[in-house]
Design a protein around this ligand. Structure first.
Ligand SMILES: *[C@@H]1O[C@H](CO)[C@@H](O)[C@H](O)[C@H]1NC(C)=O
Ligand SMILES: *[C@@H]1O[C@H](CO)[C@@H](O)[C@H](O)[C@H]1NC(C)=O
Ligand SMILES: *[C@@H]1O[C@H](CO)[C@@H](O)[C@H](O)[C@H]1NC(C)=O
Length: 264
């Protein structure tokens, strides 16, 4: 009887070794730390839900342990398809890190400039999962209509900007925004809104920062805590005036994507 049990354990152990070996090899080929993969494998094999990984990240940031990296990798794979899209979706990682670290109690989100990458993403995580308010805005009526038709609710509102001057009023109806995404048109407006929203924004995420064409520096200098993320071909900056720790923690998660060599 006892002997039989022992055989079963040996078989299970051998199987685990083989599976681990296959997984580690697959990941090694695409350049992710094998240690991370082992931990990732162990965590997923015990069937923890995705909230478990979110909690783990929130409770352990800014660790860098293989387990921490495994959970971060698991979240990236769950919410963003790999390889990462180096161009259009480069702000997704910053958004994901900010959404997870600010959580349900983080407050509302302002999206300036809609897009398949950000609007759908915010709808899925911020609205559906975290039950946070999102205001999505854009100067393209067709674009707004497309998203509004299937996503509009009391939690997710859409605003069409007809005249450029209307941007001046966007965001003024709330005393604070947890996250503000800057990705709107016309390009000259971006720095004006970065300056305008400085005192009511916890975390600012700015897209397309690989070029000087938007003159972002004129606004970003008002934010004492910043990080310039250049892992992907399109640059993304995160900035905060009020929350050094939060900025530091988002930066930590983004830097891990570089050291972990997340496929791009
Ligand atoms: C910074 O952000 C975190 C996460 O949302 C929050 O828990 C913390 O209270 C904030 N700190 C300050 C000083 O606002
Ligand atoms: C809503 O429509 C957009 C654009 O057509 C599409 O990409 C998205 O998947 C849809 N989302 C939902 C929740 O149906
Ligand atoms: C933000 O706060 C600073 C310091 O209180 C102030 O000088 C500045 O005018 C404010 N900016 C805006 C756009 O309200």
């Amino acid at each position: 009887m006892i002997k039989n049990k022992r055989y079963i354990y040996i078989i299970i152990f051998t199987l685990l070794l083989i599976i681990t070996h296959i997984i580690v090899h697959t990941y090694a080929r695409i350049g992710i730390l094998s240690e991370t993969s082992i931990q990732f494998f162990i965590d997923t094999v015990i069937h923890k839900n995705i909230e478990y990984s979110q909690d783990y990240i929130r409770n352990h940031v800014p660790e860098s342990s293989p387990r921490f990296q495994g959970h971060w990798l698991r979240l990236i794979k769950h919410y963003i398809s790999l390889p990462l899209d180096g161009g259009y979706g480069s702000h997704k990682l910053a958004l994901l890190a900010a959404l997870i670290l600010t959580d349900k109690n983080g407050g509302p989100i302002l999206e300036m400039g809609c897009g398949y990458h950000s609007t759908n993403f915010l709808h899925q995580i911020a609205v559906n999962e975290q039950k946070r308010f999102v205001l999505s805005t854009d100067t393209d009526y067709e674009w707004i209509l497309k998203f509004k038709t299937n996503m509009s609710s009391t939690l997710h509102q859409f605003r069409f900007i007809n005249l450029i001057s209307e941007w001046n009023g966007i965001g003024n109806d709330r005393s604070r925004w947890s996250i503000v995404l800057i990705d709107h048109k016309p390009g000259e407006r971006r720095v004006l809104d970065i300056i305008r929203l400085v005192n009511i924004t916890d975390i600012l995420i700015v897209h397309d920062t690989e070029t000087n064409q938007y003159g972002y520096e004129r606004g970003l200098f008002l934010y004492p805590y910043k990080y310039h993320y250049t892992y992907l071909s399109t640059g993304t900056d995160i900035a905060s005036k009020s929350n050094a720790t939060l900025l530091q923690n988002i930066k930590h998660l983004l830097e891990l994507t570089i050291s972990m060599k997340i496929p791009k």
